[in-house]
Write a protein that binds this ligand. Structure first.
Ligand code: GTQ
Length: 344
């Protein structure tokens, strides 16, 4: 291990000025900022976002700003480690809460980042993704992969609120983020693929040598997820994790290229202690209430709330009763880059 590295201050003033003039700087005073020993040193600070606090602000946004003036009426969750206005919750994950009122239409657009929604409240809204009309029911996970057209509509009677998760910070960092606008889409005249082609696990439509669609399943109904978690729980020992990954049913890969999603059931009196992971995470409570400790900080949560965990966080979840969380993470990106790891 290197000894104490040299500082900028110990270098002669004329040398420092000459470096400035040549637009260069010494690595060694900055070395540990970018290459810390043993594990990364995250900027992200864990936090919890209470739905009860955000909901009235969203409803007020509904009065203050018509959807035509917003394109997407969203309140963005700001990582306290990056401060007010930060358009991210962790290094690579953006999360916002979006409101759509009855009769409103959020115009069609497509963009380079990928998105997924988790429906938090309300009935009657839908998202059309490249012609596939996806009903939005509470707890559903709905994908809008990068490059696919999407518009949102609402034929119901009350407000609908959903959580948006995007890999936007990554695309901004890569200077690859942009959008295009288009016309509202005419939906195909059939239910989404979760009700037609991929209704049963293990069965996919015969392609007879034809190509498999890149994004075969765009909507994962919560009803299916909850049933699957309950079946798993019936045969899992106390303390064994009850967790399911959302995958592409044709390949078994993560359902989006950079973002991963997992649904977790916590049983009464159970504490889950996942390994420390190199991925960052955002947890959304679909049902129930509980407490989680992230790096020693305790966060209480209940249905509708969202909390975050930086990379390599030590995490514990305890549910008050039965609870269901969806974890959004960036392990698929890290796996593609070859550095995802878990530590005890
Ligand atoms: O619904 O398409 O929260 O494009 C941010 C960007 C939602 C959306 C967001 C978006 C959307």
């Amino acid at each position: 291990m290197s000894t104490q590295l040299g500082t900028l201050e110990e270098l002669p003033t004329d040398y420092r000025e000459a470096m400035d003039g040549a637009r260069v700087s010494p690595l060694w005073p900055m070395m540990r900022n970018v290459l810390p020993h043993g594990q990364p040193n995250p900027v992200t600070k864990p936090a919890v976002w209470s739905f009860d606090k955000i909901r009235p602000l969203l409803l007020r946004a509904g009065e203050l700003t018509p959807v035509e003036r917003a394109e997407r009426r969203v309140l963005v969750l700001n990582d306290p480690g990056r401060g007010k206005g930060a358009m991210q919750v962790t290094s690579s994950i953006y999360v916002g809460l979006q409101l759509l009122l009855p009769g409103e239409k959020a115009p069609a657009h497509k963009h380079t980042p990928s998105a997924a929604r988790i429906v938090v409240e309300g009935e009657g809204a839908f998202t059309i993704v490249d012609g596939e009309k996806c009903a939005m029911e509470r707890g559903d996970l709905i994908l809008t992969p990068g490059g696919m057209w999407h518009d949102h509509g609402h034929g119901g009677t009350g407000p609908v609120i959903w959580l948006d998760a995007l890999d936007l910070p990554l695309f901004v960092f890569l200077e690859g983020s942009y959008a295009e606008e288009g016309e509202l889409q005419a939906p195909r005249n059939r239910p989404d693929a979760s009700q037609v082609e991929y209704k049963q696990a293990g069965l996919v439509p015969s392609r007879n040598g034809g190509e498999r669609p890149r994004y075969p399943l765009l909507r994962f109904p919560w009803k299916h997820t909850e049933t699957a978690l309950r079946s798993l729980a019936e045969h899992a020992g106390h303390g064994e994790p009850v967790e399911l990954d959302y995958v592409n049913p044709e390949t078994g890969d993560s359902c989006l290229p950079t973002l991963g999603f997992a649904a977790m059931m916590l049983r009464r009196g159970e504490t889950a202690r996942p390994p420390r992971r190199s991925s960052s995470g955002v947890f959304h409570a679909v049902e129930g209430a509980g407490r989680s400790t992230v790096n020693g900080e305790s966060f209480s949560w209940k249905r509708g709330d969202t909390f975050s965990a930086p990379v390599f966080a030590k995490i514990e979840h305890t549910a008050d009763g039965e609870a269901f969380l969806i974890r959004i993470h960036d392990a698929p990106l890290q796996q593609k880059l070859g550095f995802y790891e878990e530590r005890a």
